[in-house]
Write a protein that binds this ligand. Structure first.
Ligand SMILES: [Zn+2]
Length: 103
């Protein structure tokens, strides 16, 4: 991944990297905040977890480079949809993640 990655998968790579950085950063941030802030640790951890949730939301909004629909979400009916952020392929058209060919 490079900052200037403008390939079809660049946005997905960036959003996944930020989500996992935020997710795995929870423990060191919590430990550091606990040592420095004592009982105010709770507020820092809650804010950090809100950041993780925000990054996860951004990842769910990535669109498939082939079909243009949400990559990790499929609507079956107006009232039911399926989401899987660990999906290895587009839930709408089946395009494999990181595929060289998007045609
Ligand atoms: Zn697709």
């Amino acid at each position: 991944m490079t900052p200037g990655d403008n390939t079809a998968w660049g946005e997905l790579r960036r959003r996944e990297a930020w989500l996992w950085l935020a997710f795995w950063g929870t423990i060191p941030v919590g430990i550091t905040a606990g040592m420095l802030l004592g009982e105010r640790l709770l507020w820092v951890v809650m804010a950090w977890l809100a950041l993780v949730a925000y990054r996860a939301t951004l990842l769910f909004k990535v669109r498939c480079p082939r079909c243009g629909k949400l990559f990790f979400r499929r609507e079956y009916y107006e009232t039911y949809d399926y989401s899987n952020v660990f999906a290895g392929a587009c839930l709408n058209c089946g395009l494999r993640k990181w595929s060289d060919s998007i045609a």
